[in-house]
Design a protein around this ligand. Structure first.
Ligand SMILES: [Zn+2]
Length: 308
């Protein structure tokens, strides 16, 4: 899954769901196999089909897509109301999202009611400076954003990761920027313990990291960080109990140590609550040699009202 490139960003989707191709790399079979190429290298077809076959495949895909939409009309990812297109929120849910935007705390991404100037910090960041450098999130953890996180994590709706990851790439643009003369940052999802991964079938943070990687062109390293100790669920624990619960729970794999030496890491997670999990994960990354750690989440608990 590592080595994610900007595959998706090079293609534009037309309504029937067949990718339109631009540029020198236009490869019809690669487009038809797009789902196989995401998150990995670029798959090349073993033969070159004629234009008639490509046209036939495109028309068949349109017809199949239309039939599927008739049978299973698209619904809002947060509340299941009918919507016009896949991967969307209904107008009611969209307007109920509390999107986070500048001016905000330079460390925690908590919005300010007034612009306090570049680098201004929130009282929370001053009182309890985090071990990571910066945190950015799409929205406050409430209403539809909370529903999206819950559905992605517990209700077996992994497809929601696509829209959520797209919004995260926008919210985290500042973190995802490449700096000249420095290796590009590495996207690392917060891992699940293997037993929980097995029971849930997928790691929601890894799905989000893959989407952010596809949008930003940054490399995703899903196996670099490991949860070496099974922990209790954090839900229902207070801040102190959460920190104790995840202390020493993370370690960088032996091969991962070589990859992150003097490199910045962007930890990706679905939700930031007290920060206990990402703080523990950050410590493991810094111990293993990362030059710095930023955090990119979809939702941020406690960011519902601007700081005045
Ligand atoms: Zn909705």
């Amino acid at each position: 899954m590592s080595g994610t490139g900007g595959v998706e960003s090079e293609r534009e989707w037309i309504p029937c769901g067949v990718p339109s191709l631009h540029g020198d790399d236009a490869d019809p079979m690669a487009a038809l196999h797009l789902s196989e190429t995401r998150g990995g290298g670029r798959a090349r077809a073993p033969f070159s089909p004629g234009p008639a076959l490509v046209r036939f495949a495109a028309v068949a895909s349109c017809v199949a897509g239309a039939a599927l939409r008739l049978a299973l009309p698209p619904t809002c990812l947060a509340c299941d109301r009918l919507v016009a297109s896949d991967q969307a929120l209904c107008a009611k849910c969209w307007s109920a999202m509390t999107f986070l935007a500048p001016p905000w705390c330079a460390r925690l991404g908590l919005p300010f009611a007034y612009d306090l100037g570049e680098g201004a910090l929130s009282p929370r960041a001053i009182a309890h400076p985090p071990v990571f450098d910066r945190l950015r999130a799409v929205a406050a953890y409430e209403g539809p954003a909370r529903a999206l996180v819950s559905r992605l994590k517990y209700h077996d709706r992994p497809t929601a990761a696509r829209m959520m990851g797209r919004l995260m790439a926008l919210a985290g643009a500042e973190l995802l920027k490449r700096e000249e003369g420095v290796p590009p940052p590495l996207l690392v999802p917060v891992p699940l313990h293997r037993l929980r991964h097995w029971s849930r079938r997928y790691n929601q943070a890894a799905l989000l990291a893959r989407e952010v990687g596809a949008r930003s062109g940054l490399e995703v390293a899903p196996a670099l960080l490991e949860r070496v100790r099974a922990t209790k669920r954090q839900v229902g624990l207070d801040a102190k109990a959460r920190a104790t619960n995840v202390r020493g729970a993370f370690a960088v794999s032996a091969s991962g140590v070589l990859r992150i030496a003097a490199r910045r890491v962007i930890l990706v997670d679905d939700v930031f609550t007290t920060g206990a999990t990402v703080q523990a994960a950050t410590r493991a990354l810094l111990r293993a040699g990362a030059s710095g750690v930023d955090v990119l989440a979809f939702a941020h608990a406690g960011a519902d009202a601007p700081i005045s």
